[in-house]
Design a protein around this ligand. Structure first.
Ligand code: SAM
Ligand code: SF4
Length: 333
């Protein structure tokens, strides 16, 4: 399909080409920084079906969206995910389909996902210690995650990115073991600063382990690093390479170095609400349009209006910050 309209540019001049799609709010584990132990999931009928997601992506692609990432909840608990990946990879204008997963169900699926057209994969793993994994996720299964990571590598994903949430008083001891594991298997480790979207409302700025502190631990216990030469200013990650050639480490420093000024992302929740920021307090009901018989022009207009209303940036670091009602697992991180 040829682009028929102007690209999605907000009132601060930021073009938007990246759509993160949550395919479910359900999850097979219960990370303490994301979900409560007991959680009421959305009725399945409220979730967009694959045809609806594909239609939204077709319309979004005419507006300049060319990258999509499937997330959740845990996207691999949604049945037949490779079929959705096939559909989205075939949408004209979409050049990159990615997936963020906890990896528990990944090992038997990695090859199939790759063949379906999945380009990029990020797997979350916060610790190499199985006992600590059990405490952080309130479930067993760390060995399945590790098997999933190795299967992704085997299936030919390159790079395989491993995401760890960085929490003060929790993550410090995991930094070096995770880094050694990543170096041994040629994985790209990325630390994500803890964000205020946790179920227990335990977040406070003092609990964020900053990228600069992790860099110090890595330099002291693993190997020295230097920032990569050509950082993509639009990329949320700050990337560093080990000076000994041991690979790359990234930091999503949303708290200590917000990347709002170059944000190019929109989010579609599993129940079809468009959010122009992870921390938005307002949403646009795309599902109502889809199920109410709206034509593509109306859906495109809803995207434009959402982008036009985007604020300059989140205010985590100010007293004005208001936590959104939705938790991470229901927004799609
Ligand atoms: N279930 C998948 C997974 O865990 O990779 C995809 C969804 S999860 C919400 C996406 C990412 O958000 C994961 O890497 C997870 O570690 C991260 N995340 C969840 N809660 C977070 C929080 N409060 N602060 C920072 N990152 C968080
Ligand atoms: Fe599930 Fe991912 Fe949230 Fe952990 S971070 S509870 S794996 S959705």
């Amino acid at each position: 399909m040829i682009k028929t309209t102007e690209p999605l540019v907000d009132s601060f001049g930021r073009p938007h080409n990246n759509l993160r799609i949550s395919v479910t709010d359900r999850c097979n584990i219960r990370c303490v920084y994301c979900m409560p132990e007991l959680v009421e999931f959305m009725p399945r009928a409220q979730l967009l079906n694959y045809e609806e997601i594909e239609r939204v992506v077709r319309v979004a692609a005419t507006l300049g969206i060319d990258k999509v990432r499937l997330t959740g909840g845990e996207p691999l608990v949604r049945r037949d995910l490779p079929i959705l990946i096939e559909k989205l990879s075939a949408v004209p204008g979409i050049r990159d389909v990615g997936l963020t997963t906890n990896g528990v169900l990944l090992a038997p699926l990695a090859d199939r996902l790759r063949r379906a057209g999945l380009e990029r994969i990020n797997i979350s793993l916060d610790t190499m210690d199985p006992e600590k994994f059990r405490r952080l996720t309130r479930r067993d299964g760390q060995e399945k995650v590790i098997a999933g990571i190795l299967a992704a590598k085997e299936a030919g994903f390159d790079p395989v990115k491993v995401n760890a949430v960085a929490i003060r008083g929790e993550t410090e001891d995991d930094v070096a073991p995770l880094a050694r594991f990543a170096r041994e298997h040629g994985l790209e480790l990325r630390f994500i600063e803890y964000m205020p979207l946790d179920a227990g409302q335990q977040w406070e700025r003092a609990k964020v382990l900053f990228a600069s502190e992790i860099l110090e631990i890595l330099a002291r216990e693993v190997a020295p690093l230097a920032p990569i030469a050509h950082q993509d200013p639009k990329a949320p990650a700050l990337d560093y390479d080990y000076l000994d050639g041991g690979g790359r480490v990234g930091f999503i420093a949303s708290v200590s170095r917000p990347f709002c000024t170059s944000c190019n992302r929109l989010r579609l929740t599993s129940d079809g609400k468009l959010r122009n920021c992870l921390f938005s307090l307002e949403e646009t009901d795309i599902r109502a349009l889809l199920r109410g018989g709206a034509d593509d022009t109306a859906i495109a207009l809803a995207f434009r209006e959402s982008v036009a209303a985007k604020w300059e940036g989140h205010e985590i670091n100010t007293a004005r910050f208001i936590r959104p009602d939705r938790l991470m697992h229901s927004i799609g991180g």
